[in-house]
Design a protein. Structure first.
Lengths: 223, 282, 226, 282, 223
């Protein structure tokens, strides 16, 4: 049994969550604070990536990123990054389709914050950025955990898009979900069971520790 | 120092209400803001703090805080604000709440000492009582040694001993740092003790702008003592009637004649007066 | 239930079948052979299973999920496709061309066409040289997609070239057949499932697919027939 | 009627603190709960309401509310509760907040009228001022015509006019429905006016349980008037000194001799006394 | 072009969301109110369904629901319901794999409610159920919307599980996502484009109206 697919999977999930977190943080923050008329449009747009079936979405991403499209050409010629059939491409695609799972809980969390608390931070002379990191985020731990956990889990489990634009290259784009899928396809059920069990085991351990940590934390704050 | 001339539409108690204020406040003044519930006191403070927008102009010293559409962000207005609803940072201990504002451990300890919170500085806001939260909120507002201090009923949830203590503290700090202070308060003696000017709001307008003495002082020095009070009770003790009158937070019992006893009604506002010979203070 | 690659020929097969049996209605379910066989194992309501290989039907037969021995209804042929016109007359050797950076093929583990492609490359002694260029599609359809978008060359089912979209591609410029000697023929098997055992219509279809008439249609769509 | 004998561990201001109370309250009593901030007043009310657990026993009338591990749920304790932090239902208008408790439009209108909220009954809590929220919270607690009314500083955010009005209202309701009422308050005159008994808490224990008069009354009827006050200011007017003394919420100016003027310090608590001849009420 | 797959898709998504909402409501409520030691375990468990790739999950569900398993036998013999390759089965499976997307935002929403507000409702003599529906839920609109929208969208977009246990039967289990996937598989790209566009169009319209409605609502409450 090879651990490579698992490592790839978790690397992908972690990277995706991290990047997505950085990207969506300002977006979710903006959405939670604005009353602009375009807010519903942006909200609807950010939900769209999960409407299409993953493999179909993968199909379109494949098109968009291939050299014949301007996006793909730009990445390859200007930035020198080849996205298709590479780990980098997987990260980009994962970020795209996991977007709603990160944005929505974060926005929710921001919206349920006590507004006076944020204002108190501004009055203390702290910038929006400081307020975001030192006041807003620490006071919405459970929203934060939901956002990250759902994104992580969904990225680990997703395989439609990954399979499509990754090309199933061992060590590069053959993540655990794709590996297990392949085993089921060739009816190598016993291997599939083992891999699934390992996957579930590791994930359960990770999830459990996060949730236990969270429970401790909220007890500390006297919630 | 503070020149404020603003208007803002609000939903008042009886439909739409226009907040329209034109105030000048001198540097170092301690101003009381008083007035009926819903008259716009909190809103005024929030506009001053830059937390709410309004039409008009605000300038402080020689800086313009609000003009047309330009509004100086709250971060750059050197103010302290005690919120009516505390607004503590739930993720930080009491001490961290203070140090978040300024990393001045000495000042923090000093303030926590005064407010009798020192022993509990490692606790989180969720486990505090209402009055404890209010005290933390006051401490936090003072941490920045602000030029302008905005206090929204800062002592309402405190017992009278703590209240008096903090009043004195606020006064000391005010004098020490020459802080310009605006405080919402409903308590006349607090107003008199602390402030040098009272603004009374009603439905978004200033209906009174005077010295506390002008508003509160009932009688100028006189040979005749006069107090307003409330008649609480008329008791029959043996053959005479005794009236219990509340004057401020004190009670006085006064012997009444029969006719007085029947003509007075419980709950009535009464004037108690007496010829006083040589009142003495001791 | 039938494998995706047969679907191109299926339209015409269907028309021919309806001509013969106007009263029998066909319901067609398309999917990957692996998935379909897993479903059949668990009692899916499919009467007939036309797989893309012999492996799945044989496995089902072994497990008593099929009432007929798997029979070959068509043999798929392998083709090389390039989106841009190239000189393909050199045959499979084109894969070593330095202009070619990515070569798409179906996953040799899961797709019969992938297995054949791999065999062909190995037999031509080219596999080691071009190993890093390979990208693997989940199915033959995905491989075609790769070929059309991101890869420079792809090993696909010849039958795929007969669908409407692909008519614009020219033989020798865009595609060529891979030398049939380089791989074992891709035999596609058909069975009647246990579910279809009591369905008389199933038998009709089964016989029709194996008939001479159907064979001609398969031939037209680039298959070989036994 | 209410028999309460409970203990509970709390984090007090100086480390662990034991709330240990043994109280009997008669039916229809109006009890004031007073004491320093953090002494356990809110916690006591919450335990009574069934919102917090505690060791011990509570029985009300002949019903057992708390005994060993069995606790009657808050729903079945016929109480009204005014929270220190209002806790209004944000999704309902003011009117709906009241009607949610009981579908009694008449009572709701009556209460809204008294609290001067009638015009704004269609508004949502988020747009209310602090005092307005507090009034809604009081109205809501009264909607159930509760047997027992628990009030946690119900009038702290109100101006004195509204405060007096609501005090009278509470008193009327109390008398009308014979509600047993427990009210947290820091205001002595409020306590005197409303309540028949004061419990003073300190660090979780009752340190005083008496009639308001016993705690507040300074002087029994006498020929000599004596008031406690605070010396606020000494002014020089022409050649004499005038002292300004705050007595309750009133100010008095008194002429001082030179020696008095130098011996007294501003901020000092002073006793003002005067021989009074025939004090009169009018 | 046939609208049947779309109708099936939205029917499936609506039913799934509805059922899931009813099931997870008490669960999320319990999780938000308890401090029990097993809380982190339950939380971790409810997240697991998205860890496995959908088609693998589908494979296991296929097993579990087939007649050879006790679950499947129970449903078929005792309840007389055949779950595999039927619309009912799709609903069951969708509920299973969309579980985390419903539970987590709901739990979050419950946790960020003002506790005093709930207590005020109890004191008003209202049961937990009344409080839940009349006070808790209406005060967490955005969490509610997130939960429902993400579940809806994810169910519409999902095809791995659906394909596996539904068997792609027209009019019964051939939902839009499966139909589009199939079109891509048989390289009928123009049809795939049209279907995708319709799918995105309808979804965008639905999402947009929900978000606009939400924006109106919060303006009404003066948030
Ligand atoms: N959830 C909690 N966990 C632990 N300790 C608490 C909790 N809530 C309050 N306390 C502590 O218990 C003590 C009593 O609190 P309580 O709220 O009853 O005070 P209080 O008398 O109402 O004060 P105030 O007048 O300031 O409202 C305080 O010292 C407080 O810090
Ligand atoms: N967000 C808001 N939108 C519209 N109207 C509001 C808003 N907040 C407050 N108001 C209204 O504006 C008026 C003034 O409110 P404000 O909070 O300034 O009163 P206040 O003087 O502080 O009263 P209190 O003493 O009760 O705290 C009130 O009638 C209130 O209902
Ligand atoms: Mg206010
Ligand atoms: Mg309290």
């Amino acid at each position: 049994m090879s651990f490579e697919p698992f490592i790839l999977s978790f690397k992908l999930a972690l990277l995706t969550s991290l990047i997505l977190f950085c990207i969506t943080l300002p977006l979710a923050w903006y959405l939670s604070q604005t009353h602009s008329r375009i807010k519903p449009f942006i909200e609807a747009l950010t939900t769209l990536p999960i409407i299409l079936p993953p493999s179909v979405l993968g199909f379109y991403i494949l098109w968009a990123l291939s050299y014949s499209s301007p996006v793909g050409a730009f990445f390859e010629d200007t930035l020198g990054v080849k996205l298709l059939f590479s780990f980098k491409g997987l990260v980009v695609a994962s970020c795209f389709y996991s977007l709603p799972f990160m944005v929505q809980p974060l926005q929710n969390g921001f919206e349920s914050l006590n507004k006076n608390m944020l204002e108190a931070s501004y009055i203390a002379g702290k910038s929006r950025l400081t307020t975001l990191f030192r006041v807003a985020l620490p006071n919405m731990k459970s929203a934060l955990i939901t956002a990250v956990i759902i994104t992580l889990a969904h990225t680990v489990g997703e395989f439609g898009v990954v399979l499509m634009i990754g090309g199933n290259i061992p060590g590069e784009t053959k993540v655990a979900s794709v590996a297990i899928y392949e085993m089921v396809e060739i009816m190598d059920y016993s291997a599939a069971h083992i891999y699934s069990a390992v996957m579930l085991g590791i994930s359960f351990a990770v999830l459990l520790s996060v949730y236990i940590f969270n429970a401790r934390q909220s007890r500390r704050f006297g919630l | 120092m503070i020149k404020l001339n603003i208007t803002k539409k609000l939903h008042g108690a009886n439909g739409a209400m226009q907040l329209a204020l034109n105030i000048d406040i001198k540097e170092g003044e301690f101003v009381a803001l008083s007035g009926k519930s819903g008259s716009g006191k909190t809103t005024l403070l929030r506009i001053l703090a830059g937390l709410e927008d309004a039409q008009g102009e605000i300038s402080v010293a020689d800086k313009i805080w609000l003009h047309a559409d330009k509004s100086l962000p709250p971060q750059e207005r050197e103010i302290g604000f005690v919120f009516q609803e505390y607004a503590l940072f739930g993720n930080m201990t009491i001490e961290q709440n203070l140090l978040y504002v300024t990393k001045d451990t000495k000042l923090a300890n000093h303030l926590l000492e005064i407010t009798e919170l020192k022993e509990m500085k490692k606790r989180y806001p969720h486990t505090l009582s209402g009055g404890q939260k209010q005290r933390v909120s006051i401490c936090r507002a003072l941490m920045k040694r602000p030029k302008i201090l905005l206090l929204d009923e800062p002592l309402s949830a405190l017992d009278s001993a703590m209240r008096t203590k903090l009043q004195n503290e606020l006064l000391t700090l005010h004098k020490e740092f020459q802080t310009t202070t605006i405080m919402v308060s409903h308590d006349p003696s607090e107003i008199y003790r602390l402030t040098s000017r009272v603004l009374v709001l009603d439905s978004g307008k200033i209906i009174n702008d005077a010295k506390p003495t002008d508003i509160l002082l009932k009688r100028q020095g006189s040979q005749k003592f006069t107090f307003q009070g409330e008649l609480l009770e008329i008791k029959k003790v043996d053959v005479i009637f005794v009236a219990v009158v509340a004057i401020g937070q004190q009670l006085v019992e006064i012997a009444l004649s029969n006719s007085e006893a029947t003509s007075l009604q419980i709950g009535q506002k009464v004037i108690l007066s007496t010829k006083a010979f040589a009142p003495t203070l001791s | 239930a039938l494998a995706a690659n047969v679907s191109y020929a299926m339209n015409e097969l269907q028309t021919a079948f309806y001509k013969k049996y106007p009263d029998t209605k066909l319901r067609i379910v398309i999917g990957g052979s692996g998935k379909l066989s897993a479903q059949i194992k668990n009692g899916a309501p499919y009467d007939i299973f036309m797989s893309a290989n012999m492996y799945y039907p044989e496995a089902l037969y072994r497990e008593n999920m099929a009432i007929t021995k798997p029979r070959i209804y068509a043999q798929g042929a392998l083709a090389i496709l390039s989106q841009r016109p190239r000189d393909l007359t050199q045959g499979i050797k084109i894969v070593v061309d330095t202009e070619i950076r990515h070569i798409a093929m179906a996953n040799p583990k899961t797709a019969p066409y992938g297995k054949a492609s791999m065999e062909a490359l190995k037999n031509a002694k080219l596999y080691q040289k071009i190993k890093p260029k390979l990208i693997f599609g989940d199915s033959i359809a995905q491989t075609v997609t790769y070929t059309m978008t991101a890869a420079d060359l792809g090993f696909i089912a010849k039958s795929a070239l007969y669908c409407l979209k692909m008519k614009k591609f020219k033989k020798d410029k865009n595609w060529i057949e891979v030398d049939a000697n380089l791989y074992t023929p891709i035999s596609q098997g058909i069975i009647i499932t246990k579910y279809g055992s009591n369905n008389s219509a199933a038998k009709k279809i089964y016989d029709f697919i194996l008939s001479k008439e159907a064979k001609n249609i398969f031939k037209k769509y680039g298959y070989n027939t036994p």
